[in-house]
Write a protein that binds this ligand. Structure first.
Ligand code: GLA
Length: 392
C-alpha cells in the first residue's frame, strides 16, 4: 500500500490547506483464480483481492464542489458541482468517481458538503486487474464513510459500483470485479454465486506455491465489442434451450448433465461452444474449490489449465500473447497451473508456481515471451489482501 505520509504531502501541495482533516481509504485490485465469463451467466467465480490497488485521500470542503485529481495523471485537477455530475468522455478516468457520487445521490444519499479527492493507483491500467472497479469501490466507500455512514454495506456498494460501470460509464460487465474488490479478505479467495450473491471466503493455503501474475502488456482493443458479443451468444443459448427446459433464464442454472442432454437444441455451433464453456467452467470452479479444501493444489492447478484451454478453444477470448505466456509458464518446472485471467484479449495470466522456481519463471518466461511476441511482460508475485477499508 502507498506511503500515506507522502500522499498527504502531495494532497496539500495540490489543494493547499493542511493535512489534518484528510482521510484515507484503500481498495484493492483483484485476480480471478478460476470461473471466467461465468458471472453474467449466474454462475460461480473464485477471485481474490490483491494487496495493491487504489488509495483515495479526501478532505471536506466548505462548498458543494467535488475536486478530483490523481497522481497517475499529473496536472489534471477538476472541480465539479457535486449535485450535477454528468458523464463526459473528455473527463476520462474521472467519470468513475463522478458516476459513483452521482449514483450515491440517486439512491438517496444527500451530501452534506463537497470534497477534494486525490487518488493514487498502483494497478496497471488495462491489465485486467480491475483498476476501474477499484476506483469505483474506494470512492463509494470513502464518500459514505466521510458522510458518517457506519457500517457500510459492501455488498450493496459492489452492486452500486457495477451499476455505475453499466449505466454511467457504459461498460456491460458482470458483478465479479466490484464484488471482489469490496468484499475480499487477506489470504482468502471468494467463492461467489453471482446469481444470488451468496458467498464464502475460502482460505487460500497454497504453501510453497505462489500466485504469479504475468502481464502481456498488450493493449486490449477488442474487449468491449467481443465481450458484448459473448454475452449475447449466451443469451441465444438460453433461448434455444428454453424449447427443452421452459423457464430457464441463465446458463448457470444448468448442471453439466442437463446441458449435455439438451445441447442439441442449440443449432448454432459457435453458440453451443460458448454455452459449453460456461457450464463446464462453473463445474470446474466447484471442483477447484473442493480440491483446495483438500489441500490438493495439483488438482487445483490442472483445473486452471483446463479453464485456459476452454477460454482459448470454446469461448475464444484468449489471444496469442496470453497463449504464449501460458505455454511458457507451463514449461517451467515448478509451475502447476497457468491460465488467462479476466475478460481476455490481452491483460494478464495467473500461474501457481513453486517459490523456488519464481526467479527462473520470471527470467525464462520473460525472455521467451519477448522472443515470440516482441513485447516485454511484467510479473507480480501476488499476495491476497483485504477488500476496501480505511487506509492506515
Ligand atoms: C471482466 C468483467 C467481469 C467478468 C470477467 C470475465 O473482468 O468485468 O464482470 O465478466 O471480465 O470473467
Amino acid at each position: 500500500m502507498a506511503d500515506l505520509q507522502r500522499l498527504k504531502e502531495e494532497f496539500v501541495k495540490l489543494y493547499g490547506g493542511s493535512a489534518e482533516t484528510v482521510e484515507a481509504f484503500h481498495a484493492p485490485g483483484r485476480v480471478n483464480l478460476i470461473g471466467e465469463h461465468t458471472d453474467y451467466n449466474g454462475g460461480y467465480v473464485f477471485p481474490a483481492a490483491l494487496t495493491f490497488g487504489t488509495t483515495m485521500l479526501a478532505r471536506p470542503r466548505e462548498d458543494r464542489q467535488l475536486g478530483l485529481a490523481s497522481l497517475n495523471f499529473p496536472g489534471q485537477v477538476k472541480h465539479f458541482s457535486i449535485e450535477d455530475l454528468q458523464y463526459d468522455e473528455a473527463d476520462d478516468w474521472m467519470n468513475y468517481p463522478k458516476g459513483v457520487a452521482a449514483f450515491l445521490q440517486q439512491e438517496g444519499l444527500a451530501f452534506q458538503r463537497g470534497y477534494d479527492v486525490l487518488f493514487s493507483g498502483e494497478i496497471p491500467n488495462g491489465a485486467g486487474l480491475s483498476s476501474s472497479a477499484s476506483i469505483e469501490v474506494v470512492t463509494g466507500y470513502g464518500l459514505l464513510a466521510l458522510e458518517g455512514q457506519n457500517p457500510i454495506d459492501t455488498v450493496k456498494l459492489a452492486l452500486l459500483a457495477q451499476r455505475v460501470e453499466n449505466k454511467f460509464v457504459g461498460v456491460n460487465c458482470g458483478i465479479m470485479d466490484q464484488f471482489a474488490v469490496a468484499n475480499g479478505k487477506k489470504d482468502h479467495a471468494i467463492l461467489l454465486m453471482c446469481d444470488t450473491l451468496e458467498y464464502d471466503l475460502v482460505p487460500f493455503n497454497s504453501g510453497a506455491y505462489k500466485l504469479v501474475i504475468a502481464n502481456t502488456n498488450k493493449r486490449r482493443g477488442l474487449v468491449d465489442s467481443e465481450y458484448n458479443a459473448r454475452r449475447s451468444q449466451c443469451e441465444q443459448a438460453v433461448q434455444a434451450l428454453q424449447a427443452r427446459i421452459p423457464g430457464l433464464t441463465l446458463l448457470g442454472e444448468l448442471t453439466l448433465e442437463q446441458f449435455e442432454a439438451n445441447e442439441d437444441a442449440i443449432q448454432d455451433e459457435v453458440v453451443r461452444k460458448r454455452a459449453r464453456h460456461v457450464v463446464e467452467e462453473i463445474d470446474r470452479v466447484k471442483r477447484a474449490v473442493a480440491a483446495l479444501k483438500e489441500d490438493d493444489l495439483r488438482a487445483f492447478g490442472s483445473l486452471m489449465n483446463g479453464s485456459h484451454e476452454s477460454l482459448r478453444d470454446l469461448y475464444e477470448v484468449s489471444c496469442k500473447e496470453l497463449d504464449v505466456l501460458v505455454e511458457e509458464a507451463r514449461a517451467i518446472d515448478g509451475t502447476i497451473g497457468s491460465r488467462m485471467t479476466g475478460a481476455g484479449f490481452g491483460g494478464c495470466t495467473v500461474s501457481l508456481v513453486h517459490e523456488d522456481a519464481i526467479d527462473a519463471f520470471k527470467a525464462q518466461v520473460g525472455a521467451k515471451y519477448k522472443e515470440r511476441t516482441g513485447l516485454e511482460a511484467a510479473f507480480y508475485v501476488a499476495d491476497i489482501g483485504d477488500g476496501v477499508k480505511r487506509a492506515e
